[in-house]
Design a protein around this ligand. Structure first.
Ligand code: SF4
Ligand code: SF4
Length: 132
């Protein structure tokens, strides 16, 4: 399961200075895969992937450390009414989130998404958007 973490660098618990991910891994024994991190001088955002069965525990521990946690179950949403199954999103996505099914309709495996945003820009029909 993917969790999107947000934190302020002015806060008491600052993942940019404190190794919160390392602490969570050490304290819970859960393997955490960091898929994306954007951290500047004021704030940060991080996308992590954890086993579904451990997500609640990891989330609880992070929130105790002052990190805002959002579950990204459908990171990328596709408006079926707008989509024309052109396949442009297939060619730009680095994670192979999109594929054609047997009837050449677009299939979305959003659990692989790392929120790079390339597909949103590439879609000629504005059919894709980011959750939240
Ligand atoms: S790029 Fe947009 S219109 Fe084309 S298949 Fe993907 S979601 Fe559908
Ligand atoms: S945001 Fe990036 S990783 Fe996610 S589906 Fe779009 S192109 Fe793929």
């Amino acid at each position: 399961m993917k969790l999107l973490l947000a934190f302020s660098r002015r806060g008491q618990h600052d993942p940019g200075r404190e190794p919160v991910i390392a602490r969570v891994v050490k304290e819970t024994g859960v393997l955490v895969n960091v898929e994306k991190a954007n951290i500047d001088s004021m704030a940060g955002e991080m996308l992590i992937d954890v086993p579904d069965a451990d997500a609640a525990l990891v989330r609880q521990r992070l929130e105790e450390m002052g990190v805002t946690v959002r579950v990204m179950e459908n990171a990328i949403a596709r408006d079926e009414a707008e989509c024309v199954d052109c396949g442009a999103c297939i060619s730009v996505c680095p994670q192979e989130v999109f594929s054609f099914d047997e009837e050449w309709r677009i299939r979305v495996s959003s659990e692989r998404c790392v929120l790079c945003g390339k597909c949103i820009q590439a879609c000629p029909h504005g059919a894709l958007s980011q959750q939240g």
